[in-house]
Design a protein around this ligand. Structure first.
Ligand SMILES: Cc1ncc(COP(=O)(O)O)c(C=O)c1O
Length: 380
């Protein structure tokens, strides 16, 4: 038996995920190669049908990335220069970039300190006459408080687009991520719960009009061969990505179940550790743990000590979007969104992927406990 000390734990392990699929992947590559269906085509159409069914949505549209999915959804809703889109500051920068790429202005609201998702109590005050959409982020695999957000949005007739890039298969009151707003946006970046072999994304929607606009915009505004009704972009999905995604979609439920089991074990092993805040899950939510993040004092030093002991962690995200240099022009500063800023200082993402073993999880927890500062911090 290996000694515990020798167990290295990476942050994620895509090789372990792909090794058992190798024969099926080779077959899929051969099929796509033999049909030369490299850009769009039947493999993309098939994946779109399968992913729409998985999300319980009418339509799915394969696009080039999660960023494309967000950007094209907002464009399809008519978001443009002079408009505002309300979102959160603690996301990957792509959430805000998609708004900016439409020519609109991101307006941030702070997050709920327990779930790290948009705080609906702060949403109303952020809405103006210029608000064209609300873009909540289902961070780490847990959905935002959609009833409250949709209720506020409905009063102003404002569409809601879901950033579900980290929430494949997550649920809110029994409804799948992506199907509560007008459009739901997914990333298939390789490390996501459903990951491609490169860049890919999708939009799901029940609205025929949104579907038609995105179909056109993702393909250079093309409505018939070389006939262009609008200025679009090349945001098509590759056939090879679609074939890989179809194959991996069949395992997504099992992979999410494994992540949830790992989170349960982490929670149990950390239950008696007062120096750690564990993830809080609302009872109506099905969390799919794209990220299992705890909060600790002196986070950067803890992460460094864990790395020295062979356990690699991540930080999602060290600098909130409103404090990034790219968004300096918004004139926001430290103190603008205190909850998001505090979480950015304290959140530490522990290794999380379906193939983790019990031994590895125990090793992560032992290492975390050894790496924490001795004093119990006062969490306000
Ligand atoms: C919350 C969130 N939004 C948007 C994106 C952008 O997706 P992509 O990297 O596929 O463009 C990501 C991916 O990292 C994400 O996590």
């Amino acid at each position: 038996m290996r000694s515990r000390v020798s167990v290295q734990v990476p942050f994620s392990d895509l090789r372990a995920q792909h090794e058992p699929l190798m024969a099926e992947l080779v077959t899929a590559f051969r099929e796509v190669t033999e049909s030369s269906a490299f850009s769009g085509g039947p493999y993309v159409a098939q994946f779109e049908t399968e992913f729409a069914a998985f999300c319980e949505a009418q339509y799915a549209l394969g696009v080039g990335s999660g960023t494309d999915a967000l950007w094209l959804s907002l464009l399809a809703l008519g978001v443009g220069p002079g408009d505002e889109v309300v979102t959160v500051p603690n996301s990957f920068i792509a959430t805000a970039e998609a708004i900016s790429l439409c020519g609109a202005r991101p307006v941030f609201v702070d997050i709920d300190e327990r779930t790290y998702t948009m705080d609906p109590a702060k949403l109303e005050a952020a809405l103006t006459m210029r608000t064209q959409a609300i873009l909540p982020v289902h961070l780490f695999g847990q959905m935002a408080d959609m009833d409250a957000i949709l209720g506020i949005a409905r009063r102003g007739g404002t569409p809601v687009v879901e950033d579900a890039c980290q929430a494949h298969g997550a649920e809110y009151k029994g409804k799948k991520a992506g199907c509560l707003g007008v459009a739901g946006c997914f990333s298939f970046y390789p490390g996501k719960n459903l990951g491609a072999f490169g860049e890919a994304g999708a939009v799901v929607t029940d609205e025929l009009e949104v579907r038609s606009r995105i179909q056109m915009l993702r393909d250079h505004g093309q409505v018939a061969k070389y006939i262009h009704a609008a200025i679009g972009w090349n945001a098509r999905m590759d056939g090879i990505q679609a074939a890989v995604l179809s194959l991996k979609l069949r395992r997504l439920e099992a992979a999410n179940a494994a992540r949830r089991e790992h989170a349960k074990l982490y929670n149990e092993l950390l239950a008696d550790e007062p120096r750690v805040i564990r993830p809080a899950v609302e009872p109506h939510n099905r969390h799919v743990y794209h990220v299992y993040a705890v909060r600790v004092a002196d986070r950067d030093a803890v992460m460094q000590r864990m790395a020295e002991r062979g356990v690699t962690c991540g930080i999602h995200y060290p600098v909130p979007i409103h404090l990034q240099r790219a968004y300096e022009f918004l004139g926001l500063r430290q103190g603008s969104f205190p909850v998001a800023e505090r979480c950015a200082r304290e959140l530490l993402s522990l290794p999380m992927y379906p193939e983790l073993t019990q031994e590895q999880i125990e090793r992560v927890v032992d290492t975390l406990k050894q790496s924490l500062p001795a004093a119990v911090p006062v969490y306000t």
